[in-house]
Ligand binder design. Structure first.
Ligand SMILES: Cc1cc2nc3c(=O)[nH]c(=O)nc-3n(C[C@H](O)[C@H](O)[C@H](O)COP(=O)(O)OP(=O)(O)OC[C@H]3O[C@@H](n4cnc5c(N)ncnc54)[C@H](O)[C@@H]3O)c2cc1C
Length: 258
């Protein structure tokens, strides 16, 4: 983890309210692993005072990308940043996804901008024979990263709430279908990786439990300092309170008391 100033290489709108920003990391930040995040100061003003956390979407030694949704003041300021301007960043932070070395399949479940860290994960799963990406969005214009996942060799299924693309309904319907198709077969060495709204993660955790599939979830609730100092992002787990920023943001779904 380090604090650094990074030049913005690009900052482009990719869908309604969604942007991808890339910056040049210093050497050590190039070691970022999927699921880790960067805490970004978007302005020198008092408001917003706190840094904002964003997961690594694409990772390379030359470039880190974040994918973000504009939801409030900080993300709105971020969306107006121009190529060449500087960002004050701390990272990479937290503990990311763990890929078992002998995995036969990875099921990625993304809700909305939850695709952000899962794309970096998919890119790292080169040794996993089967990668399935289940992407949930409000409408077809909000479906993000479909082609990028396909480009990585993943089998992609889409769910939209209004039915404008793919399955009409929730991404968790797709997850249920995925396992229902496997009835009678041993669910061998599969892992679910999920990122999205808490209600979605809770539903994913339940499906994983029912099918006895290991499941890792990336929690994206409020994080302030990002380094474990302020204790502001405590989450209740079976082994007491843990910090999203320091112990997570990725947790075993069985650990979380939903
Ligand atoms: C570890 C981690 C990784 C994250 N990665 C990403 C990412 O890759 N892409 C991305 O778009 N976002 C990500 N987020 C969420 C992102 O940090 C927030 O959306 C951002 O801080 C909002 O700042 P703001 O000032 O624009 O909005 P605010 O003005 O702070 O809030 C605007 C609205 O959004 C809600 N909100 C703000 N932050 C959160 C949150 N963390 N969870 C739920 N609701 C929230 C508020 O309740 C409010 O209604 C991540 C969060 C965490 C903890």
């Amino acid at each position: 983890m380090q604090q650094f100033k990074a030049k913005i290489l690009s900052n482009k709108k990719i869908a309604p309210d969604h942007y991808v920003l890339s910056f040049k990391p210093p050497k050590a930040a190039g070691q970022t692993t999927p699921g880790q995040f960067f805490n970004i100061r978007v302005s020198n003003a008092y408001n917003p005072l706190l840094r904002r956390p964003f997961g690594a979407h694409r990772i390379s030694p030359e470039k880190i990308e974040i994918l973000y949704k504009v939801v409030g003041k900080a993300t709105s300021i971020l969306s107006a940043k121009k190529k060449g301007s500087l960002l004050d960043i701390i990272g990479p932070l937290g503990n990311g996804f763990k890929a078992p070395p002998d995995a036969s399949a990875a099921i990625l479940v993304a809700g909305g901008h939850g695709v952000a860290p899962l794309h970096a994960l998919a890119a790292s799963l080169t040794a996993v024979p089967k990668v399935v990406a289940l992407i949930g969005a409000r409408t077809k214009t909000h479906v993000i990263s479909e082609n990028e996942f396909k480009g990585l060799g993943a089998k992609v299924h889409i769910a939209t709430e209004d039915g404008s693309k793919g399955h009409k309904g929730l991404v968790t319907d797709l997850l249920r279908k995925h396992f229902n198709r496997q009835t009678g077969k041993p669910a061998n060495r599969q892992t679910i990786y999920a990122c999205g709204p808490k209600a979605m993660l809770k539903a994913v955790a339940k499906i994983a439990r029912e099918h006895c599939i290991p499941c890792q979830v990336s929690l994206e609730e409020y994080v302030a300092c990002g380094t474990g100092a302020c204790l502001g992002c405590a989450v209740k787990t079976r082994s007491g309170y843990k910090l999203i920023c320091k112990d997570g943001p990725v947790f075993d779904s069985k650990e979380i008391i939903w």
